[in-house]
Design a protein around this ligand. Sequence first.
Ligand code: M6R
Length: 366
Amino acid sequence: EKGGYDHFMLKEIYEQPSVIKDTYRGRLHANKGMIQMAGVEDNIDKFTNANRILIVACGTSWHAGLVAEYIFEEFSRIPVEVEYASEFRYRNPIIYPDDVVIAISQSGETADTLAAIKLAKEKGAFVFGVCNVVGSSISRETHAGAYTHAGPEIGVASTKAFTTQITVLTMMALRLAKAKGTMNTSDYQRYLLELELIPEKVEEALQTNEVAKMIASIYKSAPNCLYLGRGYNFPVALEGALKLKEISYIHAEGYPAAEMKHGPIALIDEHMPIVVIAPKQNHYDKVVSNIQEIKARSGKIIAVVTKGDTQVRALADHVIEIPDTAEALTPLLTTIPLQLLSYHIAVMRECNVDQPRNLAKSVTVE
Ligand code: M6R
């Protein structure tokens, strides 16, 4: 049932090229310049008239929500707020009837997310679900939704659910950009074509497995690890850190790279590994200077870079290369080597990768 893999987590990491394709199949029509998602189409006015999108989720799904915040704001120019469902539900949040609430949940059973949905509905908002499990409680409680087609995710550490959630949310943002006229036609078309190419690029990103394993063998005993990213890849840093702590029990934190100088840089010495997500995009030069600041303090840099990169390579202790893509789609690729790195570290530390201590696959308690 693990399809020849040692763990469900590894199987699920390797399924990503095909499940991302399953998720956009029948929805993304790059050659026609079209995106069709029934749940969005049927409610297109709700989305185009929304003054605000509120995203509620927990854990990895919350990280997908953060990536979506950057994408929705950039593509569709709608203000987005992302909240932990557990905070949202207990703080008498301001919700307007013309808010669109998007709830993201792999299992569709997370108690806090479900409660947040009920609250938003009571206040008259339109609630849209992005779930993986068909017929789950959240998929039934929401007014409309779009399923991710990741297939069953058994490993407690979420992997393929994350990348398929981002795929769905990106298609939604593109569809809204078209409806609202907030993106120029050539960028829109380029994004459709780039999204269609993501499965094969994820396949290529999976070839980082050997280098991820080699790096894992060097840092497997580290007590701490930092993850840094900027822009679209800041949430990927958070997700990388969550994956490491949850399955390997190494303390890890994700930070926006520029926040280092406001405190965390004090942690850096020659024993601290720092994973920097540094694809060749908008903030590249800024990330390069962040890396220089870390090297000046003898930190160990593991950098995720775009294939062919030379500048970061010259500074980093290790580089992991991923294929080039459009900036907003980089999280779908940068997250792959981070999943593999955590996986190998956990295996080398003889942790129970698929069922880490103290955790359950769906958190149905408050
Ligand atoms: O099923 P959900 O997406 O609602 O689950 C949310 C979190 O419990 C989940 O993402 C959790 O953080 C994972 N174990 C992370 O790998």
